[in-house]
Structure formats: C-alpha cells, structure tokens
Design a protein around this ligand. Structure first.
Ligand SMILES: Cc1cc2nc3c(=O)[nH]c(=O)nc-3n(C[C@H](O)[C@H](O)[C@H](O)COP(=O)(O)OP(=O)(O)OC[C@H]3O[C@@H](n4cnc5c(N)ncnc54)[C@H](O)[C@@H]3O)c2cc1C
Length: 289
C-alpha cells in the first residue's frame, strides 16, 4: 500500500524542526522511526501534508545516567535500548519491555520517544514509564518543559505534547538500592500488541517494606493506566504473597478493558490480576538482589 502524497522535510537541528512544525501547523507530523506513522498513512488513518523527518538531527540518540536520572534521547531506537550495558545492569524492566515490542526489524527503527508520543494505549513503554515515574522533556518555541508521565497521556492517541513540540528526552529517576521492576505481557503471537500487560517497579527498605510502588497497565483502557489504588495499598507494607495478591486485585479493578478480538473484558481483567502478581513478584525478587 502506498501512502497519500506528502511533502518531505528534513531539518538538521531542533530549532529548524520546531520552525518547520510551527510553519505548517496541524498539517505537519514528526517522523521518527515511522513504524506507527507510516502504517497509519498507508491505511489513510493519518494524512499529513508535511512530514518533518527528525532522524538527521545529531545528538538525540543516547542512554546515559546523569544528575540522578537515566536519560533516553528522543531518537534512541528500541534496539539501542536493548544493547545498552547500563539498561542490562540496572534497568531490567526496560529490557523486559523492549524485548516484547514487535520484532527485531521494527525495533531497529522504532524509537522509545515515538512509542510514547504516539499515545497508543496498546504500546508497551507507556505502562513501564508510568511504573518508573518517568518525566518527558518536550522542546518547543519557548524552550524545554518537563511533563510528569502521569500527565502525559490525555486521550486515545493524544498526549500533552503541544503543536510544534518535540519529545527530546525521557528521564527516569535512578532507582535507589533495593529497587526492582518487571514487565509481563500476554500477546496472541510473538510481535503482537498486548492482550494485556503489567509493569511494576518497587523500592523496598532494608526490611522488605515497600517505600514506593509504581504499577502501569497496557491495553486495558483508552489510555495507559496508572494503578494508583494498588500503589497506595502497597506503600508501607511488606511485599509478601498476601500483599501482592491484594495489589494485583486492585490493579485489575483499575483496568477498563473492552471486549474485542483479543478476548472478552472479564478475561482481560483476570489477566491483569495474574500479570500484576507475576510482575510484582519478579520486581520483589529483583529488588532483593
Ligand atoms: C508490525 C509492528 C508491530 C508492532 N508491535 C508493537 C508492540 O508489540 N508494542 C509496541 O509498543 N509497539 C509496537 N509497534 C509500534 C512501534 O513500537 C512504533 O514504532 C512506535 O509506536 C512508534 O515509534 P516510531 O519511532 O516508529 O514513531 P513514528 O511512527 O515515526 O511516529 C509515531 C507518532 O509519534 C509522533 N512522534 C514520533 N517521534 C516523536 C517525537 N520525538 N516527538 C514528538 N512526536 C513524535 C509522530 O509524529 C507520530 O504521530 C509495532 C509496529 C509494527 C510496525
């Protein structure tokens, strides 16, 4: 399938990209990995008159720790995340997540920023970023602003990014000692979007009591869901089997799935409960190491 005609623009700096986005307004779209946008254009779901390809902007692809954050650049590909020694050693939840996104071919091009900016509740990074308490750096005509991830997803396929803003960096607080996380996803076949998935990140104190819990849910509502009641329930409790079971039930209660070709809503709620149990149990194991 061939997309409708469009004008192709290729800025080499962020200010130039912002200027082009301002100039063409609603008619322009940013192109990064193209793994969501191009299929949508082929299906005529998106018809931008201008594509602003940001791939040639230098210095936007990195994974590094700085000033208390893991910083992921706005053009960092999934494959780069998977190859990062830092991610391997300290952020296994990110590795869990990247590994279950599509297939290696897609991951060679798809960017983490594009995965978030697309605003698709079926995408995998949003739940993980909710669990990790990430921050989004948006750069526009007035410079940079930082958006907490829980304010980022507004409605289906819509985010807090404003017209002309580029997602230039993702910031994840460096987990303290006794921090651990995990992402569990059920998909119908390898490479598919989630029937449901759960991300959990916990910080424990020396006696195993939860200091902070983050739980994010994938593809069980119109936007990625932060299971706040479950997080609040866990804080101050020992992360044992009973606490995990109760938190998993609360996470399932927070889900708002609809019945579709991936299964009935009740089945998906049950799935969230089971996946939350597994994600929290694995997070607890990793935090204890
Ligand atoms: C076969 C297939 C299977 C897939 N399976 C999965 C899956 O299992 N899980 C999953 O999570 N994803 C999956 N995806 C989606 C994939 O991860 C996408 O690449 C990702 O959602 C978008 O990233 P991108 O860099 O390709 O963005 P693009 O397609 O280039 O852009 C997507 C949207 O985000 C905007 N955008 C992109 N970058 C920025 C930026 N830096 N600042 C502001 N706006 C920006 C674009 O304007 C566009 O509206 C799949 C894709 C394919 C083709």
């Amino acid at each position: 399938m061939i997309p409708p005609p469009f004008e192709y623009l290729r800025p080499s700096t962020i200010p130039e990209a912002i200027r082009l986005l301002q100039q063409h307004g609603d008619e322009a779209k940013i192109l990064s990995g193209g793994q969501s946008l191009i299929p949508m254009m082929k299906l005529r779901i998106a018809r931008p008159a201008y594509l602003v390809d940001i791939n040639r902007i230098a210095g936007l692809s990195y994974v590094k720790e700085e000033s208390g954050f893991l910083k992921i650049g706005g053009l960092t590909r999934e494959a780069e995340l998977e190859a990062s020694p830092l991610v391997h050693s300290k952020y296994p939840i990110l590795l869990d997540t990247a590994h279950v996104i599509a297939d290696p071919q897609v991951r060679n091009l798809a960017t983490v920023a594009g995965n978030l900016a697309h605003g698709d509740p079926a995408n995998d990074h949003p739940a993980t970023m909710l669990a990790l308490g990430a921050q989004i750096v948006a750069t526009g005509t007035r410079g940079e602003r930082v958006i907490p991830i829980e304010e980022f997803f507004v409605t289906l396929f819509s985010t807090a990014l404003q017209q002309g803003e580029i997602l230039t960096e993702i910031r994840i607080p460096v987990p303290p000692a006794h921090g651990g996380g995990a992402y569990f996803k059920l998909e119908r076949k390898v490479g598919d979007f989630a029937t449901a998935a759960v991300a959990a990140q916990v910080t424990l104190d020396a006696s195993g009591v939860v200091q902070r819990a983050g739980i994010g849910l994938t593809n069980v509502g119109p936007i990625p869901i932060k299971a706040k009641t479950a997080e609040d329930f866990l804080r101050g409790r020992k992360l044992d089997g009973a606490a995990i079971a109760k938190a998993a039930q609360l996470a399932a209660d927070a889900s708002q799935p609809s019945s579709d070709l991936r299964g009935p809503a009740e089945y998906k709620k049950g799935l969230v409960k089971e996946l939350a149990k597994r994600a929290l149990s694995r997070a607890a194991e990793r935090a204890a190491k």
